[in-house]
Design a protein. Sequence first.
Length: 172
Amino acid sequence: MDVISTSVTNLDIHDIARISCTYDVRRYYVIHPLDTQRKLIQDILNYWQKGYGATYNSDRKAALDKVALIQGLEETKEEIRKETGFSPTVVTTDARVYPNTVTFRDLRQKLRDGSPYLILFGTGWGIEKQTMLECDYILEPVYGPGDYNHLSVRSAVAIILDRLLGEVWWSR
């Protein structure tokens, strides 16, 4: 449970941007405290948002235009406050259950209220415990039929956004 900083991967940025675009997420924030990682991330974003990649692949540009790079959680919440006029409800994700855990069904219902929500996904060993405890809700874990429970962040984002924002296929 040591606090570490993970390296960002190009695949995570691209895939989560595409997932965010598919589910009509207003903004996909990449939050990283390290200058070296933010420089790498910004180089990737510049290539696809402004550089050759923007003209080479317009679909990828559209997805990556939803990405904003930010240094910390407080700055992210402040940007959302400025953009919407409201403080976001902050929801974290984890493979463990906490006292303020919310179900997918309950959060899906809450998302309909029109207020801003910020859903945090972690990499490596997940989001630090103090951040988890300070958030409004912690989303229940994604469980499969097996005992293994350590999804890649891009897989978790895809599953979770589909459960929260995807079509209601089961009631047809």
